[in-house]
Design a protein around this ligand. Structure first.
Ligand SMILES: [Zn+2]
Length: 137
């Protein structure tokens, strides 16, 4: 299952982010997936909990935004929306088009649970001196 390795790579990326930010958990993950990315959003949603199990991302909510597929025509230069099986220019109908966007798999946003830093105004409790008193010479 291709989506499982995608999910594992995603979890890895999110874990690094959580580590860097001192997060204790990941609340949500927002992804943008284009129709030409080769990733089926439904399968990724199924694979994600398997990849995230036992990690900081285990309880994260996965939100997937489907990205639009756009092509630029190499004949007339117009940019238009297209469908994966019909990459035609909407302006002139030419098939000499280049995909502008629609093949992306983007990690748009990660919501992290970061514990509150300790209040700096709270004085530290006095630490008892662990050393035994030095005897007088
Ligand atoms: Zn065109």
């Amino acid at each position: 299952m291709h989506e499982l390795s995608v999910a594992q790579a995603l979890v890895e990326q999110v874990r690094n982010l959580a580590d860097e930010n001192g997060a204790t958990a990941v609340a949500g993950i927002r992804l943008r997936i284009g129709p030409l990315s080769g990733v089926v959003p439904e399968l990724l949603e199924t694979a994600f909990p398997l990849a995230a199990a036992g990690t900081v991302a285990a309880s994260a909510q996965l939100h997937i935004t489907p990205a639009a597929l756009r092509v630029r025509c190499e004949t007339c230069g117009a940019e238009s929306e297209a469908t994966p099986n019909r990459l035609l220019c909407a302006a002139c109908g030419d098939w000499h088009t280049r995909v502008v966007c629609g093949d992306e798999l983007l990690l748009e946003r990660v919501e992290l649970d970061i514990p509150e830093p300790p209040n700096p105004r709270t004085p530290e409790p006095p630490t008892p001196d662990p050393r035994p008193p030095t005897p007088d010479p």
